[in-house]
Design a protein around this ligand. Structure first.
Ligand code: MF3
Ligand code: CO
Ligand code: CO
Length: 253
């Protein structure tokens, strides 16, 4: 069963999402060569605690931090560490989840640090574009795998691949709800989308093989060929003509 949320509930989800988006923007602007991934986690922790917002990942299935920081060939779930230093030429995926009064937000992005290869910048641009296009498909009356296939088509057209083991998900009153939202699939198939469904759409696009493995720490997923991977995520509500992004920083005037 895929839940639909009413406007009162969507407002609450949006509140959690806005804080997640603001936190992600802060992190994006903070990333610098020479800093550790632990420092980024501390920035997120401080930001969220000032706003009395619970970091949704902390303690989730035993995850030890607020933030996931995945560098280069790391796909997702990199655990911040005081021993991991960010270098010029790295690409850094940042993923943050929030909870306010029982409602959740989840958003991720990948940023280049210092001098990054053009071929890797192209991967970043494609990952970002695949998310945009997937969100366009999150329209009432479409099928779920219209969203999935948008990601796959865009990635594969460029010669990249999409990760199979990790997927997007429903979100709202839990961090992870039905349905699973793969980044691959057959257009025109899957459940029919209805207005008020809320999805975390999160393409993970690899430059080389789609195959991944999980490191000894039981969290960090890396590509099998060591080639880079990017991750982009928005929490989105299904609307009449396309998805509406909830994970934008709050507009202030
Ligand atoms: N990356 C996952 C997502 O976006 C959530 C991380 S779960 C955690 O859905 F346990 F690693 F925090
Ligand atoms: Co996430
Ligand atoms: Co997610």
């Amino acid at each position: 069963m895929i839940k639909t949320y009413n406007e009162t509930e969507i407002k609450k989800i949006r509140t959690a999402c806005e804080v997640a988006a603001e936190c992600l923007a802060l992190l994006k602007n903070s990333v610098q060569p020479g800093m550790t991934t632990e420092e980024l986690d501390m920035i997120a922790m401080n930001f969220l605690s000032e706003r009395r917002v619970r970091p949704a990942f902390l303690g989730y299935r035993g995850y030890p931090k607020a933030l996931c920081v995945s560098i280069n060939e790391e796909v997702v779930h990199g655990i911040p560490s005081k021993n991991r230093v960010i270098r010029s030429g790295d690409i850094v995926s940042l993923d943050i989840g929030t909870e306010i009064d029982g409602y959740y937000g989840d958003t991720a992005t990948t940023v280049p640090v210092g001098n990054v290869d053009n071929s890797i910048k192209e991967l970043i641009a494609t990952g970002s574009f695949s998310l945009e296009q997937a969100i366009e498909k999150a329209a009432a009356g479409n099928r779920l795998y219209d969203v999935s296939s948008a990601v796959q088509e865009i990635a594969e057209k460029k010669g990249y691949s999409v990760v199979r083991e990790f997927v997007g998900h429903g979100i709202g009153s839990k961090l992870h709800e039905e349905p699973q939202i793969p980044n691959f699939g057959t257009p025109g198939t899957g459940p029919i989308l209805e207005e008020g469904m809320v999805f975390a759409i999160e393409p993970m696009v690899n430059m080389g093989t789609f195959k991944i493995e999980v490191l000894e720490d039981n969290w960090t997923a890396v590509t099998m060929d060591g080639k880079p991977s990017v991750h982009f995520e928005h929490t989105v509500v299904v609307r009449k003509n396309k998805g509406e992004i909830l994970t934008w920083p709050k507009k202030r005037d």
